[in-house]
Design a protein around this ligand. Structure first.
Ligand code: IDP
Length: 165
């Protein structure tokens, strides 16, 4: 279940990551953990689960009108995922950089060292998720870890208006 291995510190930032079903199914999780550790990220909390349809639809609610939404929800519920809270200096931006472009094919062409290039499958099944902003990180961490971010993210970050779903 949830393991907290890392105390909060003001020089750190937290972000939220998912190892998606394609990467878990392909057995890439250990290689991904090795890569993220090598890049200076620590795993502050983690859990393995399989998303329900309702959870996947809520998590990706901002995309509900997009043409790829159904495929995305079907993919994200297709098998176990690993949900992670990662910490590092500048974690949100640094993790997005490390995972690379959304589309695996573009990642392979433009950023061959990125984790999506190395471990992704296609446009939808792209191995990894990363929060795109601090408000997303807050929402997403609390979505999966039930209040964790409120207790652990630096107090000077003003998230008062963000309500977890
Ligand atoms: P991000 O994960 O890089 O932030 P978003 O645009 O937020 O990208 O899209 C969320 C997820 O939806 C992507 O990671 C990918 O799995 C899927 N997705 C995004 N755009 C497309 C698309 O054009 N076709 C198919 N799937 C897509």
């Amino acid at each position: 279940q949830t393991a907290v291995a890392d105390a909060p510190a003001p020089d750190k930032e937290y972000t939220f990551a998912i190892i998606k079903p394609d990467a878990v199914e392909a057995g890439h999780a250990d290689a991904i953990f090795a890569k993220l550790a090598e890049a200076g990220f620590r795993v502050a909390a983690q859990n393995e689960m399989t998303l329900s349809r309702e959870q996947a639809e809520a998590f990706y609610g901002e995309h509900k009108d997009k043409p790829f939404f159904e495929n995305l929800v079907t993919f994200m519920t297709s098998g176990p995922i690993k949900v992670l809270v990662l910490s590092a200096p500048d974690a949100i931006k640094a993790w997005r950089e490390l995972i690379g472009p959304t589309n695996t094919e573009i990642a392979r062409a433009d950023k061959p060292e990125s984790l999506r290039a190395l471990f992704g499958t296609d446009q939808t099944a792209n191995a990894l998720h990363g929060s795109d902003s601090s408000s997303s990180a807050m929402r997403e961490i609390n979505f999966f870890f039930d209040g964790w971010a409120y207790d652990n993210m630096p107090a000077e970050t003003n998230f008062a208006v963000i309500t977890p779903e």
